[in-house]
Ligand binder design. Sequence first.
Ligand code: NAD
Length: 489
Amino acid sequence: MDLITRENPARVAEIVGSVPVTDPAAVDAAVRRADDAFRGWSGLPVAERVAALRRGADTVAARVEELAPLLARESGKPLADSRGEIGFAVAFLRWVCDEAPAVLAATEVDDDAGRLVVRRKPYGVVGCVTPWNAPVILAMLKLGPALAAGNTVVLKPSPLAPLTITEVAAALPAVQVIHGGAETGRALAGHPLVRKVAFTGGDAAGREIAATAGAMITPAVLELGGNDPAVFLPDFALSDADYERLVMASFATAGQVCMAAKRLYVPRARTAEFTEAYLAAAERVLVVGDPLDPGVTMGPVISAAAAARIRALVAGAAGGTATPLGRSAPGHDPASGYFVTPHLVTGLDDHAPLVAQEQFGPAVPLLAYDTEEEVLVRADAGELGLAASVWSADEERAFALAGRLGAGFVFVNTHNRTGMSLRAPFGGVKRSGYGREYGREGLLEYVQSAVVHVPAAFRPGGPGMAPGAYPGGVHDEPPRSAGTVRPPL
Ligand code: NAD
């Protein structure tokens, strides 16, 4: 049996663990088992499903201290971040459990237009394919809503961080985890018994998954890359703590976050002041070293290939000035793993690859602008539209500009994870994908409306209708009442 062996990206000589590769025949068997389990799991009342998920959340919560070092060692994410990610995944799952009964409830309208029941029905088997940069939360964003809604799940995590999520998923009912790379992902997304595909990852895999699912008429939710602009309005007023938060909005997880602040647009007249405060903040909060060292805030990147790609982006930033940021932890040896020195790069134009592409690593460009209309156009340039941020001392002004930006989520006076909300739908516009995670919309991704209806005309004693007639003439009768909420069936 082939194995995926994962090394510690901070100490590449150290093997963290291994998982067996799931071959296409075993993928087929897993999907069939999930399909067999679907009738039983979806047949449970939502309260029972939610109770089982709450027990799973409690099991994971009780293991955070044990799992966080494993996540740190396989992904390179600092220990505090690893602990935070698992804790956030538990909080999200509990939020889903709180919200699911109401969101999934069927509605019934029974009035003089007829009787109409709309149920929220699960799809069946959901195939999930997830990346390595936040392997626990990005899987939980799919598992929680899909399972609460009554779907069964087959999850394929990234071969670059398969270990912690396998442990987490084992605490949940109706989930199987399979392992492998693109080939395993393809076999899952294209399986005829997979009724919905949920994917988070990069552009190339996203396009292929969308095509594979589309060929089967399988609906998909795609959470793809971003190249988030952070726009500082001329009146921005940042404290030292704000600058520190801004630095980490770009460099948390070594910049390998879909919604990291990836381009900083600063009013030309204030760039010198901004740069000085930014470099000082980075010196205070950005500490590069081994993720298990509690003083470290930035670990290595995920692989040797990623490190080479990001170093080339910085080296190729022609015409710009790259300033190294932060400091090394005492005793840190950058040669022990895939470490990349974090950089702020100034003086580039918007066509430079570091600006125009998603860098997905620890290098961020600072770009000067002159007018608000100009910065709107520049911030929205390109094919990606995941998140963005607007920073201003005037919240009204920030909200007004934020509403004009072409992104699925605009943070005000913060960026990245500190700006997230469990209740706010998250997802991209343009080529950043489609579908939403988090919030009520994130739950509704995993159900389809199914209707049972009798028009008033055909109820006992009803007047009937001419053969071939359209109901209610040109306009259908709107429901006369708001409807009653029934427990989901
Ligand atoms: P990736 O696309 O290389 O891999 C993601 C997953 O897809 C992995 O499990 C991989 O094995 C699998 N895969 C790869 N090719 C496939 C194929 N052809 N068919 C089926 N499965 C395939 O992405 P990555 O490098 O793991 O993650 C980085 C990307 O993910 C970045 O672009 C980042 O912005 C994006 N991302 C987006 C979000 C979001 O919420 N929008 C969140 C995190 C990461």
